[in-house]
Design a protein around this ligand. Structure first.
Ligand SMILES: NC(=O)c1ccc[n+]([C@@H]2O[C@H](COP(=O)([O-])OP(=O)(O)OC[C@H]3O[C@@H](n4cnc5c(N)ncnc54)[C@H](O)[C@@H]3O)[C@@H](O)[C@H]2O)c1
Length: 283
């Protein structure tokens, strides 16, 4: 499927830059909506905490692409501790309400949003109920994570109001670009360094693949879904059984953990989206 017109919020960010590039390479006309970015044909500078600006942009800005087939909503303060908790909450909640509501009012029926692995219970100071964790493990432990959880709840109600609407929340793991991989071999020295997300990560290019596949599914299937989006492997070379035994003794393990297989289950994304990670730090 090519030739769609797609708005991407937060397209100037770490994940957003890759998503915009991959969507364009797939033949789509992409408009980046962000408060930061370079002037150009595919960008509109917009403060998404302002509903008027958000709706106006999605209805059409002078010469820019308009009439969106899908909205990909990535704009956010992207982690705990970057800004004061209340600032993170206010920005992320308000931006998500504005983008979802304005997109619906502008007639968009396919929306993909960035949720986060943090809703699974990161940093796992309280151990997870079982390993690998899956989409049923929801336990936000930070204000940032709480905003992501509540944004998923908002989406659940909006699809109930609009039976023809699809909203899919991608619970991304820690986003990595290829240049980040030089640091990975150092993680092996201390299994606790990266226990906070069960040693997971996602290559930004595979994050973009998940976005593309979620858009394609959303055009066919209405309703709300959430998926963990992670690489197929961990950041470690030490085997999973050893790591779990050392850091999370007594936690139930389910199925074959594999040697370095992701402990953030991507089974649902594989089954429903046809998501299959193509990039690994080991490659
Ligand atoms: N980076 C990660 O490891 C990670 C992991 C899980 C989920 N996520 C989520 O993925 C999304 C993208 O993350 P990222 O790492 O690319 O973050 P980033 O900070 O690099 O990019 C976010 C972009 O959103 C924009 N933005 C924020 N508030 C805005 C506002 N009020 N109006 C307009 N633009 C606004 C920023 O200018 C920025 O360009 C976020 O929703 C984040 O919560 C990121």
């Amino acid at each position: 499927m090519s030739g769609m017109t797609i708005a991407v919020t937060g397209g100037s960010g770490k994940l957003g830059r890759t998503v915009v590039r991959v969507l364009r390479e797939a033949g789509h006309d992409v408009l980046n909506l962000d408060r930061a970015g370079e002037r150009g044909a595919g960008f509109v500078q917009v403060d998404l905490t302002d509903y008027g600006q958000t709706l106006d942009t999605l209805m059409g800005v002078d010469e820019k692409p308009r009439g969106f087939d899908a909205v990909v909503h990535l704009a956010a303060i992207p982690a705990p501790g970057i800004q004061p908790d209340a600032a993170t909450f206010h920005n992320n909640m308000m931006v998500t309400y504005n983008v979802l509501r304005a997109a619906i009012r502008a007639g968009v029926r396919t929306i993909v949003t960035a949720s986060s692995e943090t809703v699974l219970g990161l940093p796992f100071d309280v151990p997870p109920p079982y390993i690998p964790v899956d989409e049923d493990c929801t336990r936000p432990e930070s204000t940032y994570s709480l905003s992501k959880h509540l944004e998923e709840q908002l989406a659940i109600q909006l699809v109930r109001w609009h039976p023809d609407l699809s909203i899919q929340a991608l619970r991304f793991s820690n986003v990595m670009d290829p240049e980040d991989y030089v640091e990975f071999p150092s993680f092996d020295s201390d299994p606790r360094l990266r226990k906070w997300n069960l040693w997971g990560y996602i290559d930004g290019r595979d994050g973009a693949q998940a976005v593309l596949k979620a858009i394609e599914r959303g055009r066919r299937v209405p309703g709300f879904e959430r998926y963990i989006i992670a690489a197929a492997d961990t950041v470690m070379t030490r085997p999973n059984a050893e790591l779990v035994q050392e850091v999370f003794p007594g936690v139930e393990t389910r199925g074959d953990l594999g040697v370095n297989t992701t402990l953030l289950s991507i089974d649902k994304a594989r089954a429903l989206l046809g998501f299959e990670p193509e990039h690994s730090w080991r490659a």
